[in-house]
Design a protein. Structure first.
Length: 253
């Protein structure tokens, strides 16, 4: 299959971009090579240039975040849109966090954490792909990016560092990775309210409020509380009441 227009520079995404095809759901059949074989565009491997990698990143700019598509938001944010705002949010960490964290690493982690979706796509919790399979696909994609595309650039140092930062996020053990996971959820909550606002509260995205329960740091929970208060005021202004996932509203400390 030829590469779709959504992967071309400055092209508009097709309606199904970012959604999994039937063959992509079959776990045993998915490989990096099988995905690349569908493209008319090829990425030169094992070169000393980072340019092929730069071109691959364009897919993150043109692949929509799939979760919003289920609610009819077809002109939704891209994967790179999400990662960009996350990186800015990490820079806004209050002193109580910034004094304990490597914020430069956090910013880089935010920009790297979904990089594998350039080939894997945006797999959501409602997709019939197991957590283990999702992890396998993303790990193999990061190996491809950091070894096949970046392995010979600058002695492979940049690729190794990016792979290590991605793995740190996935392992979710360090203070930096836990903070960036909180930021990931916070960015989703912001976008949720913004889409509700732009629809005049015709779209109720309360299904996504559950992520607030997973936020660990009190500082990011405090941000989430403010967003939820903003959401309640927004819906009240339209004379409506929003839905919430049970016991999801975070409590500030």
């Amino acid at each position: 299959m030829a590469i779709d227009e959504a992967t071309q520079i400055n092209a508009n995404p097709e309606p199904n971009t970012g959604q999994l095809k039937k063959e992509q759901v079959e776990e045993s059949k998915w490989t990096v090579e099988s995905v690349l074989s569908e493209f008319s565009l090829t990425y030169a491997e094992s070169t000393t240039s980072p340019i092929p990698f730069f071109h691959l990143l364009e897919r993150l700019k043109t692949t929509p975040r799939a979760g919003w598509r289920r609610f009819g938001i077809n002109d939704c944010e891209s994967i790179s849109d999400h990662m960009y705002r996350m990186s800015i949010l990490t820079m806004m960490a209050p002193a109580s966090l910034s004094s304990k964290l490597d914020l430069t690493k956090c910013c880089r982690m935010a920009l790297i954490h979904d990089m594998a979706e350039s080939l894997v796509g945006d797999i959501t919790p409602v997709d019939p792909v197991s957590k283990e399979e999702k992890s396998r696909r993303e790990s193999e994609t990061m190996d491809y990016i950091c070894t096949n595309l970046l392995g010979k650039f600058n002695g492979g140092l940049n690729g190794k560092e990016a792979r290590a930062i991605w793995q740190e996020y996935e392992d979710s053990v360090t203070a930096e990775s836990l903070f960036v996971h909180d930021i990931d959820k916070m960015e989703l909550l912001l976008q949720m309210v913004e889409y509700e606002r732009s629809s005049g509260c015709e779209k109720d995205l309360g299904e996504f409020t559950w992520v607030a329960k997973k936020i660990q740091s009190s500082e990011v929970r405090a941000w989430a509380v403010q967003v939820f208060e903003e959401r309640q005021a927004l819906w009240k202004s339209f004379g409506k009441t929003p839905t919430w996932r049970a016991d999801t509203e975070p409590k500030s400390e």
